[in-house]
Every structure is written in structure tokens, then in C-alpha cells.
Design a protein around this ligand. Sequence first.
Ligand code: URP
Ligand code: ZN
Ligand code: ZN
Length: 466
Amino acid sequence: MSGGFDLVIRGGTVATASDTFLADVGIRDGRIVQIGERLTEGREEIDATGRFVLPGGIDSHVHLSQPSGEGIVMADDFESGTRSALFGGNTCVLPFCLQEKGQSLREALTAYHALAQGNCYTDHSFHMIVSDPTASVLGQELPALVVDGYTSFKVFMTYEGLRLNDAQILETMDVARRTGALVMVHCENEDAIRYLIGRHEAEGDVAPSAHATTRPIVVEREATHRALSLAEVVDVPVVIVHVSNGPAIDEIRAARARGRKVIGETCPQYLMLTADDLDGMDWEGAKFVCSPPPRDTASQDACWNGLETGVFDLFSSDHCPFRYDDPAGKLNPKGKTSFRHIPNGIPGVETRLPILFSEGVMKRRIDLSRFVALTATNHAKVYGLERKGRIAVGMDADIAIWDPTERRTIRHADLHDGADYSPYEGLEVQGWPTTVVLGGKVMVRDGALVGAKGDGRYRSRSAPAI
Ligand code: URP
Ligand code: ZN
Ligand code: ZN
């Protein structure tokens, strides 16, 4: 009997968050319609013998086209950012939609949709960043947006102009409690950071390395403890994003032991970089300035342990790209006078999956199913992308086909983002997603782009399944 498949991916090793098995995957009308042995011929065929057939990555923490301060321009817009994501094996990204002070959430969303519409190589959805939680934002706008499918929002405990105080965080969490949405928290204590910045600058210590010393583990640990406590007061689940170290992980473990629902997220920079990288020659350390900052080898070990033991549900990039050698980037005129003015964030949407595959799966720290859970399945569950993140009948045919034998040295020249460097330059990895399928359409075939800008579409989301 003919399956009437548009596409059959044949003979690969399919992995889900629970199993790994040899199978053909039959695709019709953009969905997976059959998984089994010896499927009938499709109109199009991909031979995946010797390859891994995995759900396309979902990167639920990226920043694209985000306003980043006067004179500073983010290196990626939706076109370059999603192209880079696609080449790194992703089929869906969740960028943030930043509410600027005084702005309505709708206004911010309209602007972001206009930037994304017709320009994306991957599917996408938005988390809101709530920076101005007025009575109308909390009382009307945010609840209405949750109903419309914007079911998660981030709040900051750091960055002047963005951070909320505890009362505002409680109020925002209360919206989540009433609507079933999910709050993501950036945990660093701004007042403590300001105090340390003042001390460092008074001593003339203004080099990029001071970014790490003015944001020590204790300021992240304290804020993590506070965010978890506030969520406990309100009685809501919470996502602790970009966790960088053992003491913060211990806070998550302790909250879970008290019965709290906590989603933990970490990122490649906390596995692969340390504060020593910020010590680079001259101002080169600016390339690694992100918040929380990379720590030390003990913190790296703690983050690996968190990935292995289930403290972390999410492995995201926190792709937040700025060009290095650029007056609108890391080396902006003020940035060259003090670490305080170096824009925070590093690129990584294209290297997230190859790094975890190579350092995690190939080095046997995690198995393939855990890789799938951490990079796709859990993101879809946590953020309400019902038809994504799994290879199963009925799901969107978003698939990355990996060659586990391919060895590459990461070079920015080979990547597809709008930055001018990679923090992982020179890192050798084994395994790369060579073919990527989005909604049944081949977008990257054997390393070459065949899909078009605009093939990626906006996806509304349901309430988190946690
Ligand atoms: O340094 C970082 N991570 N910048 C991105 C903004 C954020 O806090 O996620
Ligand atoms: Zn953050
Ligand atoms: Zn971020």
C-alpha cells in the first residue's frame, strides 16, 4: 500500500526523549504520519543510514533585534539569527519581546512581529519581557496576551531600567498564578552588583575581567534563593534561566525538595567558558562578557552534573549577539573605557547543539535521549508548543539529521550569524546536523541552504505542560 508520503527519511537511528530505534519516518502535509520499517516510497527520499534522526532543536532563550541601549545594535535580526539557528539544527526559536518603559505590551509585540514576519528560517514564538508592570499591564494586557498564546514572560532582578523590585515580581507572578502562564527569572542582585562596580571603578579596575568579579556567585545565589522564595509565596511554578554555578543549583534542588515546581535552565557558556576568558589580551575579554558571567571549573562540573541528574530541564543558548570590533558592539566608545559599558551577551545559537552533542553525548556524559529532552522535547512541553519537540505521529515534521562522524573545528567564518566572532573559536567537535527539515520541507540539505527566508512561521502557544 502506498503511504502517499511527501518525504520519507529512511534507515536512520531515531531518538526520542525516552527511546532510540532504527526506523523510517514518513511525512505528509508537514506532519509525521508514520514511523516504522520499510515504509513505501515517498515523493522525496532522504537516506539517513548511519545518521541520527532527532527532533529539530528548540532554543527557548534567544535575543534577536532587541534594543540594547543607546548606540548599541544587536548583531542578529530575525533573518540572520534564525538562519544561524537553522544551520545549528534548530527548527524553532523563542526570542524575547522587550517591553520598553512606558510601552504597552501589544505595541512591543506588534513591532517584533513586523520584524519577524516573512524573515524567519525557523518557526518562532515570543516570551514577553515585563519591564514596566503598571496596573493596566498586569490587570488587562498580560492576562489577555496569555489567552492569545503568549504564555511565558521574563522578569529581571538586575540591569537598571529592566529590573523589577520584589513587590513587582510578586505581582507579575500573581498574573502567572491566575492565568496559568510561566514566569522566567534572571537572578542576580542588582544592588550588590552596583556596590561592587563602584568599588572596582574607584580602584581603577575597569577591564572586562571586572565584569565577572562584580557579579560573583553570591549575587546569583542570593537572587535565585529570593526568586524561588517569591514563587513559593505566590505558589507558582518558576523558570530559573541561565544558571551558572553549584550554589544556585543547590537552591533549585532545595526548592524542589520543598515540593516546589522549578524549571532549571543552563547554557553552553557555563560548560565551556570560565572567568579566565574575560582576562583576554587587551580588551578581547569583552567577547565573553555575559550575565551571569562564566565562572570556574568547579561551576562547569556542577552544571554538567545538573544536566546529568535532571536539575536542568532546559539547555538553551541565551544567544545575545553583539559584534566585537564595532562601535555599535562590544568595543563601543564607552565600552572601551569600562567593563560597565560593554553590552552583555554572547552569540551561540548555532553552536549550542553541536557543543552539547560532542561534549555531552560523544563523551558519554549524557545519552541521546537526554540530549533530545534537553534540547527539544522539554522546551516544547515547558513552553506549550504542543506539536513540536518530538518524533511521533501527528507532530510537526521538524527534524534534524545528524552525522555523528563529522568532525569540525568551530570557526566563526563557517557560522551564519551576524556577529564577527564565536566564543568557541577553535573548539573541536564531533557530530553536526547536516540536514534540517522544517514542517516537512528540507531547509538545509547536506550543509547547503535550500529553504527560504519566510518558511519559518509564528507559532501561538498553549499553557505550559509542567
Ligand atoms: O548577558 C546576557 N545573558 N544577556 C542577555 C540578556 C539576558 O539576561 O538573558
Ligand atoms: Zn537574563
Ligand atoms: Zn537571555
